[in-house]
Design a protein around this ligand. Structure first.
Ligand SMILES: *Cc1c(COP(=O)(O)O)cnc(C)c1O
Length: 244
């Protein structure tokens, strides 16, 4: 169950006590992409220690965003505790590809056992150069990171002041929860016609009745752009009866 630590403890206990497995792994996102909430990594690490689990964090939405840009594991100071992190190079990094970071033994093992690593074409040099430059930018300065969070907070506060349900995001991911699937799709379509591109996400990607338009503000948005987006939300929200 989502971010339910009692449930995780129960499942970990069942799996380890069953005697069926040599090793049990707990896999979690760092940042959950649909609601923008952050995994309870300190509690997960505690449970992992208690039951000797391998820990695996997919930080696709965390790298560049949480931990001052260095990701969710770093945000909680758990670099020494998490066995491995994977992430994408296609989101904050802005290119393509992915990575695994972990202990040397694990990386050595992947180099001889990982099918995509062994049998697929590697990233082209141009992409690698762009990735390296982007990572260096994240290391050198928090300017873009700070701007991203500022923009996220600005958009969230604008939408919630209008009366939209923006859920409980802890990151710049800003869902606008409409509920009904058809209405959500119609809402997104009307936004687009008015100049705001924010896609609808409905069942089965999210639970039934929690359809939402997901907004991804970036560091490149200006206040003027965000004001325009908020004004468009107001117009379409009133037109479709989502807000009063
Ligand atoms: C986007 C995403 C990926 C995949 O990234 P790609 O670069 O598109 O392959 C993996 N995991 C999570 C949690 C994601 O959100």
């Amino acid at each position: 169950n989502h971010s339910d630590m009692e449930d995780l403890r129960k499942k970990a206990k069942e799996a380890t006590e069953s005697g069926q497995y040599n090793k049990v792994m707990v896999i979690t996102d760092g940042v959950f992409s649909m609601d923008g909430d952050i995994a309870k990594l300190p509690e997960i690490v505690e449970i992992a220690k208690e039951f000797d689990l391998i820990t695996y964090v997919d930080d696709a939405h965390g790298s560049g965003v949480t931990g001052k840009g260095k990701g969710t594991v770093k945000h909680f100071g758990l670099e020494k505790e998490i066995d491995f992190q994977i992430g994408t190079l296609s989101k904050a990094i802005g290119v393509v590809g992915g990575y695994v970071a972990g202990k040397k033994d694990l990386i050595d093992w992947l180099k001889v056992r990982s099918r995509p690593f062994l049998f697929s074409t590697a990233l082209p040099p141009g992409d690698v150069a762009a990735i390296t430059a982007a990572v260096q930018m994240i290391i050198d300065s928090t300017e873009l990171h700070d701007k991203l969070w500022e923009n996220g907070d600005y958009l969230k506060s604008g939408l919630s002041k209008l009366g939209f349900n923006i859920g409980d995001s802890e990151t710049p991911i800003t869902p606008c929860i409409i509920g009904d699937e058809k209405l959500t799709q119609q809402f997104s379509k009307r936004l687009f016609e008015e100049g705001v591109y924010a896609k609808s996400i409905v069942f089965p990607t999210v639970p039934k009745g929690t359809g939402r338009v997901r907004n991804m503000p970036t560091a490149a948005h200006t206040k003027e752009m965000l004001d325009e987006a908020i004004a468009t939300y107001e117009k379409v929200g009133k037109e479709l009866g989502v807000i009063k």
